[in-house]
Design a protein around this ligand. Structure first.
Ligand code: ATP
Ligand code: MG
Length: 228
């Protein structure tokens, strides 16, 4: 489903070069729940952003469902990002002036689809994440866990091939985090491919495979096949 071959990422800051990823080769199968661990600065977000087409590698190749993400135009990359991947972030990134249903439907609204068409699907996904009673709420009227639920619904609205999560519970207490993990593992049980970055080994254990990055390279790769 996702093939990464010899991916490198170099950031230039003035005269300094930072090699955020070195020769990463990784294949992520359909239906896998992969956790990416590693110390701060080891390249976790960089790798996730490359998989999601938020950024392009400096060298190497990345394919998602057989389609290259390297060496394509920004417009092509934008289309793949919109349709093939769903992103969730530590700070939810919801738009404060939109309701939960509008936030959840935003990727389709941005494609020019009218809200009347988007609404039923947005509401169904909000119900799936336990927010059937919250569709008209704005982010400030929601708890952190509820906001992340809306972000998960938004990530799923395009039926993405892969759900990418960067520290999805980094801003939530442990009880709320467990609720988010219950949602993610439930989606995984339904066949959703998930790649999640986390600092927390207990969080990582929700996945079926864990890779550990160190200095931009893969230092460890453990598959359990099943959840801990
Ligand atoms: N846009 C950027 N410009 C310059 N350097 C960057 C940029 N983004 C990341 N880096 C550098 O690349 C390296 C890897 O960063 P990355 O954000 O991938 O780490 P991370 O593992 O996600 O860390 P954290 O756990 O703190 O989120 C770091 O040294 C970081 O400073
Ligand atoms: Mg990061």
């Amino acid at each position: 489903m996702i093939e990464i071959r010899n991916a490198n990422k170099v950031y230039r800051q003035g005269l300094k070069e930072i090699q955020a990823l070195r020769n990463v080769t990784l294949s992520i199968g359909k239906g896998q729940f992969l956790s990416i661990m590693g110390p701060s600065g080891s390249g976790k977000s960089t790798l996730l952003n490359l998989i999601g087409g938020l950024d392009q590698p400096s060298g190497g190749e990345i394919f998602i469902q057989g389609k290259p993400l390297h060496g394509i135009t920004d417009d092509e990359l934008t289309l793949i990002r919109r349709r093939q991947v769903g992103f969730i972030f530590q700070f939810f990134n919801l738009l404060p002036i939109l309701t939960a249903a509008e936030n959840a439907g935003l990727p389709l609204l941005l494609e020019g689809i009218p809200f009347s068409k988007v609404k039923p699907k947005a509401e169904a996904l909000l119900a799936r994440v336990g927010l059937a009673e919250r569709t008209e709420h704005r982010p400030e009227q929601l708890s952190g866990g509820e906001m992340q639920g809306v972000a998960i619904a938004r990530a799923l609205i395009t039926n993405p091939a892969v759900l990418l999560a960067d520290e999805p519970t980094g801003n939530l207490d442990s009880r709320t985090s467990e609720e988010i993990f219950r949602l993610l593992t439930g989606l995984h049980d339904e066949g959703q491919t998930i790649v999640m970055v986390t600092h927390d080994p207990r969080a990582a254990a929700h996945g079926t495979r864990t890779i550990t990055l160190r200095d931009g390279g893969i230092a460890e790769d453990h598959s359990t096949g099943v959840r801990a």
